[in-house]
Design a protein around this ligand. Structure first.
Ligand code: FPP
Length: 236
């Protein structure tokens, strides 16, 4: 594992659950259930077999609230089950779970499960799992701006002292930049996912729907990442 190059921070936009279900004549919600089952296996693989330290997941965007009520309700219940029981292996793997997004509009049951997960894992040090839930990259920048302006107005921060580090500390989570983002299902968009943190990220858009995106598919994407020439603005 040690001489193989891995991204330090991997983002996954878990897309295609609905289409996976539709192709099987199933309700969309069963696609999310299959996606969640796959996610648990994938995370176990990542934290046990790679040197990836931080994983950010796009679980639910602020815009996803526009979906049919029954689908949103199903997803909220799925999140509670996942956080309360299925993430047990993550906790045992010494991974710290953090959340990014707005708390408003989320049901109390989800907020309680999120808070318990955060608390249960706060001292874990092997890796970080950042779950973007009720998340929008544009809202994250708005919320960061408000936090910084408040500090300027109360005198605890001067305008001259606003640096990239200060911006990063006032985002939902202070994480290293994203190195690699995978969006499954063939859609080639980033859909408001961590737009500040992905300024120099590499992307991969495999056709596979998320419920079928297993460790073999992940390794194929990682091979694509390894072929990239990351120059960060430098000349070739
Ligand atoms: C996008 O597929 C997927 C979602 C909106 C939900 C993703 C959630 C999970 C995989 C559950 C587990 C997640 C966590 C982190 C707790 P889509 O419904 O847009 O698929 P489609 O484009 O085929 O319709």
């Amino acid at each position: 594992m040690s001489d193989v190059v891995y991204p330090n921070h991997l983002g996954i936009i878990m897309d295609g659950n609905g289409r996976w279900a539709k192709e099987r004549g199933l309700n969309r919600s069963l696609g999310h259930k299959a996606g969640a089952d796959n996610l648990i296996k994938l995370l176990d693989y990542i934290y046990n077999n790679t040197s990836i330290k931080v994983v950010s997941l796009y679980a639910f965007s602020t815009e996803n609230f526009k979906r049919e009520k029954c689908e949103v309700d199903y997803l909220m219940k799925l999140f509670v089950t996942l956080f309360n029981t299925k993430l047990e292996s993550i906790k045992k793997n010494n991974v710290k779970v953090v959340f990014s997004g707005r708390r408003d509009n989320l049901p109390k049951s989800v907020l309680e499960a999120m808070d318990k997960t955060t608390d249960d894992t706060k001292n874990n040090i092997k890796g970080i799992l950042n779950i973007c839930l009720n998340y929008g990259g544009d809202y994250e920048i708005v919320d960061m701006t408000k936090k910084i302006v408040r500090q300027v107005l109360d005198g605890s921060l001067s305008i001259e002292d606003i640096t990239k580090e200060v911006v990063s500390k006032n985002l939902y989570q202070d994480l290293p930049p994203l190195d690699f983002v995978i969006r499954t299902s063939g859609e080639k968009r980033i859909s408001n996912f961590m737009i500040y943190q992905s300024s120099y990220a590499e992307y991969d858009f495999p056709d596979t729907y998320f419920p079928d995106f297993d460790s073999k598919c992940l390794e194929e994407s990682l091979d694509n990442y390894r072929k990239r020439d990351r120059r960060f603005g430098n000349a070739k």
